[in-house]
Design a protein around this ligand. Sequence first.
Ligand SMILES: [Cu+2]
Length: 114
Amino acid sequence: MGARGVIGAGSALAAAVAALVASAEPIPAIDVQLFQFQPGAVVVPAGATVTWTNRDDIEHTVTSGDPERRTGRFDLRLSGRGASTTVRFSEPGVYHYFCDRHPSMRGEIRVDPS
Ligand SMILES: [Cu+2]
C-alpha cells in the first residue's frame, strides 16, 4: 500500500516534469536594477509573456515606445523592490520601451514568429 502510494506520487511528478519539459519555452525575465533593464534586449517567440521584476527600492515603469514617441501599448508601474509585471507579445515585431521616470532607461523586445 505504502509503496504503491509512493510510486503513484512519483509517476505524477514524472508526468508533471515531462509536461513542463515538453512545453519548455524559457519565460523571459528582465530585472530592473540600478537604473537599467537587464538584459536590455531580449528575443522571444510570438505569444511569449515577458516578466519584469523591480530590484531597486524606487519606482520604475515599463512604458511602451520611446520617450519621444509613446506607442500606448502598455504603461506599467513597478512600485518598488519585488514588484513585477508582465506583457504578452502576440505579434512579431520589435518593441521598444522605457522608464517614464528615468527616460535614459531603455529596453527592447524582439518578437519572432513562433
Ligand atoms: Cu526608472
